[in-house]
Design a protein around this ligand. Structure first.
Ligand code: UD1
Ligand code: CA
Length: 458
């Protein structure tokens, strides 16, 4: 049987240095809250209980996270006064089982990996393991004191270090895996007799050592895993580090970036081989790209799937759309939610498409609005065509059947159906269905006055 695992996430700090009305753990990195990153990582492990210690802006944190994580059951524990990390864990004791183990994480250390946490859990054989790292500049962080044999003896906080201890380069990440029995035993015994008059969680290390417990230490694969966010500079720098990592993973999968530093992935991007992504492209949510997809500069692509060899020209906005293979989009096109572009179709510049399907090989090349429409295969929609889908109260459907031709600047007043191979004359306002193969005019007949005299200035 595996030992039950709880996760305790400390998220009570105010984050004064962010200079924000928003609690720190709700600030976003790669489009997701810092706390959200930690919760998502925890979902990669088998967790029996998640406890979040909240304080500053607690209700806001609770409501935002509860709305986003409807599946997970979270125990919220309020720490009304921030008396230190030890105190923060102590307030969870009444909700913490007396057996099993707990991972102690921070809401403002967003990028710790599931792999590292799994290793930390396995390393906890004698009651406690911790994540440490040897760094060039340890200033500000707790130092790991080891005895002659190399065993961990204690953690000394920056404000309490002696001159000798100051030179220790191995630091405490603040992330641990501890047996619950030890937390129940040690936390009530903590004192705040130190330079900051705080209850230090780190003091449980010397208590465990005094009980003859060996503390296991492991290092994370990446330094960014233990980096915390205290100000906007650190947030921006961690964002860039994370973006570089996401880009590197995609490069390994065969994606070419014009400039790996000028792309943003705010979510999950899955891509096939020989994909090209130009500068200034932003991906949000879950996006999937087939092989040979070519995306030009400045596009924003959100929760969408792009098929093999489609070509997105500069400055397109694509939101919740499905784009088939060999499709050309843009420049400057806007695909709104529930747009489906079938294989080899074409959507050109200044075209907006909403909740519509465009059939195979059909073209909407210039300056059109197509909304709530079903467009068949081989259709040509001329420049400036508008589907008038809204009467001020209700939305109606436009159906354009295979191989129809819609002349430029036509308005199709929905609900309306244009039959197969029908033609709509340019400039028409179409309010009635058009039969298959017919030609429909819906415009004033042209008249002419010969030898017209233009007015002259008086
Ligand atoms: C802590 C560690 C230090 C380690 C460092 C790594 C202690 C005493 N020190 O120091 O050894 O090197 O993290 O970043 O643990 N929090 C609460 N309630 C509190 C106090 C803190 O929820 O009463 C939360 C904060 O919101 C933050 C986290 O705990 O997310 C860490 O607190 P912080 O004050 O930043 O700890 P450090 O002093 O940096
Ligand atoms: Ca502190």
């Amino acid at each position: 049987m595996t030992t039950p695992l709880s996760v305790i996430i400390l998220a009570a700090g105010k984050g004064t240095r962010m200079q924000s009305a928003k609690p720190k753990v709700l600030q976003t990195l790669a489009g997701k809250s810092l706390l959200g990153h930690v919760l998502d990582t925890c979902q990669k492990l088998t967790i029996d209980e998640t406890i979040i210690v909240h304080g500053f802006g607690g209700e806001q944190v609770k409501s935002e996270i509860t709305n986003q994580y409807t599946q997970s059951s979270i125990t919220w524990v309020a720490q009304t006064e921030q008396l230190g990390t030890g105190h923060a864990v102590k307030v969870t004791l009444s909700d913490l089982p007396t057996s099993g183990q707990s991972l102690i994480l921070y809401g403002d250390v967003p990028l710790v990996s599931g792999q590292t946490l799994a290793a930390l859990k396995t390393a906890n054989t004698d009651g406690m393991s911790m994540l440490t790292l040897t760094v060039d500049n340890p200033f500000g962080l707790g130092r790991i004191k080891r005895d002659q044999a190399g065993n961990i003896e204690a953690i000394v906080e920056q404000k309490d270090v002696s001159n000798d201890e100051q030179n220790i380069k191995e630091i405490n990440s603040g992330i641990y895996c501890v047996d619950n029995a030890l937390l129940h035993k040690y936390l009530p015994e903590l004192s705040n007799n130190n330079a900051q008059q705080e209850y230090y969680l780190t003091d449980i290390v010397k208590m465990a050592v005094a009980d003859g417990i060996t503390i296991a230490a492991i290092e994370p694969e990446h330094t960014f895993e233990i980096e915390g966010v205290n100000n906007r500079q650190q947030l921006a720098s961690l964002e860039r580090t994370w973006q570089r990592k996401l880009v590197a993973d995609l490069q390994e999968a065969g994606v070419q970036f014009a400039d790996p530093t000028r792309v943003d992935i705010r979510g999950t991007l899955t891509a096939g081989q020989d994909v090209f992504i130009d500068v200034g492209v932003v991906f949000e949510g879950n996006c999937t790209l087939g092989d040979n997809v070519y995306i030009e500069a400045g596009c924003v692509i959100k929760n969408s799937q792009l098929g093999n060899a489609c070509h997105i020209k500069p400055y397109c906005v694509i939101d919740r759309a499905e784009v088939g293979a060999g499709v050309d989009v843009g420049p400057f096109a806007h695909l709104r939610p529930e747009t489906v572009l079938s294989d080899n179709s074409k959507v050109g510049n200044f075209v907006e498409i909403k909740k519509s399907t465009i059939g195979q090989g059909s073209k909407v090349n210039h300056l059109s609005y197509v909304g709530d429409a079903t467009v068949g295969a081989g259709v040509n929609i001329g420049a400036g065509v508008i589907t008038c889908n809204y009467d001020g109260a209700n939305k109606s459907q436009t159906i354009i059947e295979d191989n129809a031709f819609i002349g430029s600047n036509a308005s199709l007043v929905a609900p309306v159906t244009i039959g197969e191979t029908a033609t709509v004359a340019a400039g028409s306002v179409i309010t009635k269905n058009v039969d298959a193969k017919a030609l429909a005019f819906g415009r004033a007949r042209q008249t002419q006055k010969d030898d017209f005299q233009r007015p002259t200035k008086k």
